[in-house]
Ligand binder design. Structure first.
Ligand SMILES: NC(=O)C1=CN([C@@H]2O[C@H](COP(=O)(O)OP(=O)(O)OC[C@H]3O[C@@H](n4cnc5c(N)ncnc54)[C@H](OP(=O)(O)O)[C@@H]3O)[C@@H](O)[C@H]2O)[C@@H](O)CC1
Ligand SMILES: Nc1ncnc2c1ncn2[C@@H]1O[C@H](COP(=O)(O)OP(=O)(O)O)[C@@H](O)[C@H]1O
Length: 549
């Protein structure tokens, strides 16, 4: 599990050490770790695996992030690397600058670059004497290097890159799009311009092959869009780790997912495993019912009760004879949890069943066609953490429109804004609806609503293949989620090994995260390639059969 923190969370842990005058030591530890990672990349760039003869360009901002870059440059110089620092701010970290120059690193500044607050600010006296490169010269220095270290902006930055530094990155990216070769890019702490706390990434950004961060991962490393720009993440311990308190986001990795996945014991029966009721599909859209029930079967649900019309029931049974089908109403059947909504559109009887599920006491996964009913019900009160909404960004936009319509919020983001800051909007939606929200995307975000008893829990799941972007993989996810939620409904303590946060209301977020995690793992069972939903569902069995505990 990766515990990811906000910049403020890390600063709070650092503060006592900074107060005690250990700031320089922290920076040098950070920079040493950073230089080691750069060395690994540089050795790969040299046919003989040597460092001498390799070149590094460091883009150096005005703050401590730039200081880390300059110190790392001094360590690389010691190892025989040719280092050029291009200063992109109106000033530069004095000790770092001195250290790099003492070891023969060259330092130049980017012409026309001022401070963030005032782009017209002239370079201050301490750097004014350095030779100035215009953008074209800086660009060719960058493109001819083996490695570019991005140390312009870290956790102290606000907004994206600006001015000449932004134009330089834009020009560099244009060249990069045209050419398969070019320098390795390593980011110091976070990719410059990416908001460390939210993962927002205003253009332009220098997409990294690797990022080296200090003390702990930051939120931007585990949520989109920051995660997709981070590359391989290395966390360098700098001596603050024991002082870190509350992570902002938990990232569950494969081993966490498999170890925590609830498995039946000898005393279980099909009922204690959890019976899942499914309201999905209509005569016009039967596929969603087939795929979601099949996925729940492959996930090992104790029992599945499907409610729907005769023709859809026939198709569900043809695919999965294990499913018990009827045209009952939700209040007629006894289940531990519900899954409602996949493929439910323009059908009065299924819409009525969905409404009954939204109003039912039992936990429920509310997907696709159930999201509107769920959002509308917020007008009558909060849904409860045991109701799990599973929108993609477009569906979350619609949920927000309903919430705005009911006066629950003034700010209804559109899809673009949601995709720019998914962790923020998933958290906000959970808080406003009182439900657990699972926001789908390249990174899946899960947020609990939070309560007086328990802080909001936020999780992220990566590892999913982009081949999942195909119609029906969401229906498969819904079936997997239904199965695990039904189990957790019967075994409230089943997920406690994940942490204290996975108890109480947090258990629904934990269950949803495990479901999304298994779905992601199933997408890569046979490596990278197409995973049609039927294959994806079958892969779930293979994922769960691997040794995980
Ligand atoms: N704390 C510690 O002990 C440790 C911290 N560590 C390191 O410190 C980093 C945080 O350092 P930080 O706080 O100095 O912030 P940082 O990100 O370098 O930027 C600040 C300056 O940049 C500027 N600026 C801002 N926005 C801008 C923009 N959009 N576009 C252009 N410029 C912009 C603005 O200055 P201005 O140009 O306005 O004068 C501002 O003052 C952290 O990420 C980690 O690498 C490690 O050494 C481990 C120990
Ligand atoms: N680029 C991507 N990378 C990884 N996973 C993705 C990507 N795009 C979509 N997914 C995943 O695929 C699934 C698609 O769900 P959804 O859009 O509801 O599909 P449908 O309703 O057609 O079944 C979600 O689990 C989502 O997280």
């Amino acid at each position: 599990m990766i515990d990811a923190y906000t910049g403020a969370g890390v600063r709070a842990a650092e503060q006592p050490l900074l107060d005690a005058g250990h700031g320089d030591i922290l920076m040098r530890r950070a920079a040493l770790g950073l230089s080691r990672v750069c060395e690994t990349h540089l050795r790969r760039a040299n046919r003989k695996g040597l460092l001498s003869g390799t070149t590094t360009v460091i883009l150096v901002g005005s703050g401590n992030n730039g200081g880390d870059g300059l110190w790392a440059g001094s360590f690389l110089r010691r190892a025989g690397v040719m280092v050029t620092a291009i200063l992109t701010g109106s000033t530069a970290h004095p000790q770092g600058l001195k250290a790099l120059r003492a070891l023969g690193g060259s330092v130049v500044r980017l012409e026309g670059q001022g401070s963030a607050t005032d782009p017209n600010t002239a370079p201050d006296a301490s750097i004014a004497g350095f030779h100035a490169l215009d953008r074209g010269q800086a660009l060719s220095t960058m493109t001819s290097a083996h490695l570019v270290l991005d140390a312009m902006l870290g956790t102290g930055a606000w907004g994206g890159l600006r001015g000449e530094a932004a134009a330089l990155v834009e020009d560099f990216n244009a060249i990069r799009r045209e050419s398969a070769t070019g320098p390795r890019i390593v980011a110091c702490d976070v990719v410059s311009g990416v908001n460390a706390d939210s993962g927002e990434a205003p253009e332009p950004v220098l997409k990294a092959h690797a990022t080296v961060t200090f003390g702990a991962a930051k939120v931007a490393h585990v949520v989109a869009p920051g995660e997709q720009l981070t590359g391989h993440l290395t966390v360098i311990p700098i001596g603050i780790e024991d002082r870190l308190e509350h992570p902002s986001v938990y990232r569950l990795e494969a081993q966490d997912i498999l170890a925590a996945w609830p498995r039946p014991t000898a005393t279980d029966t099909k009922y204690t495993r959890g019976v899942l009721g499914v309201v999905a599909g209509t005569p016009s859209y039967p596929g969603a019912a087939i795929m979601s029930t099949n996925a729940a079967v492959q996930t090992g649900a104790g029992m599945i009760r499907f409610l729907g019309d005769a023709s859809t029931r026939g198709m569900v049974l043809a695919q999965s004879p294990e499913v018990v089908c009827s045209d009952d109403q939700p209040w007629d059947v006894h289940v531990q949890a519900w899954l409602a909504g996949p493929g439910v559109a323009d059908d009065e009887s299924q819409a009525a069943r969905v409404q009954a599920v939204v109003e039912a006491q039992e936990p429920a996964v509310l997907d696709a066609g159930a999201l509107t009913a769920a959002a509308q019900s917020v007008a009558d009160g909060r849904l409860g953490a045991h109701k799990i909404l599973t929108p993609h960004a477009g569906e979350l936009e619609q949920v927000y429109e309903w919430l705005k319509g009911f006066g629950v919020t003034d700010d209804a983001p559109d899809r673009t804004r949601i995709e720019a800051a998914p962790v923020h909007w998933a958290r906000e939606a959970a808080r406003l609806t009182g439900a657990t929200v699972l926001l789908k995307g390249a990174t899946t975000i899960i947020a609990s609503p939070g309560s007086e008893e328990q802080d909001q829990v936020c999780l992220s799941i990566g590892q999913a293949s982009p081949w999942l972007a195909t119609a029906g993989s969401g229906d498969t996810l819904a079936g997997i989620l239904g199965a695990v939620v039904a189990h957790v409904a019967e075994h409230p303590e089943a997920l406690r090994r994940l942490g204290e946060w996975a108890r109480g209301d947090g258990r629904w977020a934990a269950a949803a995260a495990l479901g999304a995690g298994v779905h992601a793992l199933a997408s890569r069972v046979d490596g990278e390639g197409p995973v049609p939903p039927t294959v994806l569902a079958a892969n779930v069995r293979r994922v769960l059969r691997t040794k995980g505990q």
